[in-house]
Design a protein around this ligand. Structure first.
Ligand SMILES: [Zn+2]
Ligand SMILES: [Zn+2]
Length: 100
């Protein structure tokens, strides 16, 4: 198993193929908001699923915006805090499409 020492990871988005420079903060693609199912608990990289996590919704709690992700492989759901460089249009469209 690959070990991550640093939390800053650059990666190629497996959904839209964008090269994403890690900020050490977010692990989802700022363009399409897809993430990868790698954590059991946030940041631990203990999941062996590695399915793509699709953004299925958005919500705001106490002034913090979250994107809700659902794993296409195992159905696991989690939410991610939105980062400042995230594509807000994607989120708006998402919210519209899902009627939320
Ligand atoms: Zn992407
Ligand atoms: Zn999964």
């Amino acid at each position: 198993m690959k070990k991550f020492i640093k939390t800053k990871e650059n990666f190629i988005c497996e959904h839209c193929k964008k090269y994403v420079e890690g900020t050490g903060y977010t692990n989802h693609c700022p363009l399409c908001l897809f993430s990868k199912h790698v954590d059991v608990n946030p940041g631990d990289r203990m999941s062996e699923c590695h399915g793509m996590m699709e953004p299925v919704g958005a919500e705001t709690e106490k002034g913090v915006d979250y994107v809700i992700l659902k794993c296409q492989k195992c159905g696991h759901k989690k939410r991610n805090k939105l980062a400042e460089n995230d594509e807000i249009d994607v989120i708006i469209k998402l919210a519209k499409d899902r009627n939320i």
